[in-house]
Design a protein around this ligand. Structure first.
Ligand code: ADP
Length: 157
């Protein structure tokens, strides 16, 4: 079974990476789909985000990264994915994720959303928090995958 993990990944954090790793053990293939989230202004271009994710997922043989354009369920269908993986950190994520999953369910009843619960050490980690810390020169080693830290730091300082 193939799963898609859609998100902004602006940039990928170790919390995202943990979800990718866990999903890669559950499914035959995981397609990480970078969406151009219109309501969020992105810092990194889709191509940059793709390269960053590829750099830190190289060691997973069943993970692929794409830039998705359009409705998530349509992209999933096109890629042959019947599952959408999303991460839930704290209760604050729940309402938004529930609305999203319910909408996707209405749009395509054959695609299921599966939630993976964030590890406690990552439950307060987000791309925006990591960006803010990096921007002010703080230590992001506990937030951003090691192989892309320098790139991310340079870009945000
Ligand atoms: P989006 O803009 O689609 O919410 P994000 O890149 O912010 O994209 O998040 C993608 C998915 O990953 C969401 O389901 C989000 O809840 C989840 N996620 C984000 N950060 C973490 C984390 N630290 N641990 C686990 N899941 C996370």
């Amino acid at each position: 079974m193939k799963a898609m993990y859609p998100g902004s990944f602006d940039p990928i954090t170790i919390g995202h990476l943990d979800i990718i790793e866990r999903a890669s053990k559950l499914y035959d293939e995981v397609v990480v789909a970078i969406n151009e989230n219109v309501s969020k202004k992105a810092t990194f271009s889709p191509q940059e985000r793709k390269e960053l994710i590829e750099k830190c997922t190289r060691h997973f043989s069943n993970v692929r990264v794409i830039i998705g354009n359009g409705l998530t369920v349509n992209i999933a269908k096109k890629e042959g994915c019947s599952v959408l993986v999303r991460g839930i950190r704290a209760i604050a994520d729940y309402e938004y994720e529930l609305a999203l999953a319910t909408t996707n369910m209405k749009l395509d009843k054959d695609i299921e959303t599966v939630f993976l619960v964030a590890k406690p050490e990552f439950s307060f980690l987000s791309s925006s928090i990591a960006k803010e810390v990096a921007h002010y020169g703080g230590d992001i080693t506990q937030m951003i995958p090691e192989s892309i830290i320098e790139e991310v730091k340079e870009r945000l300082l």
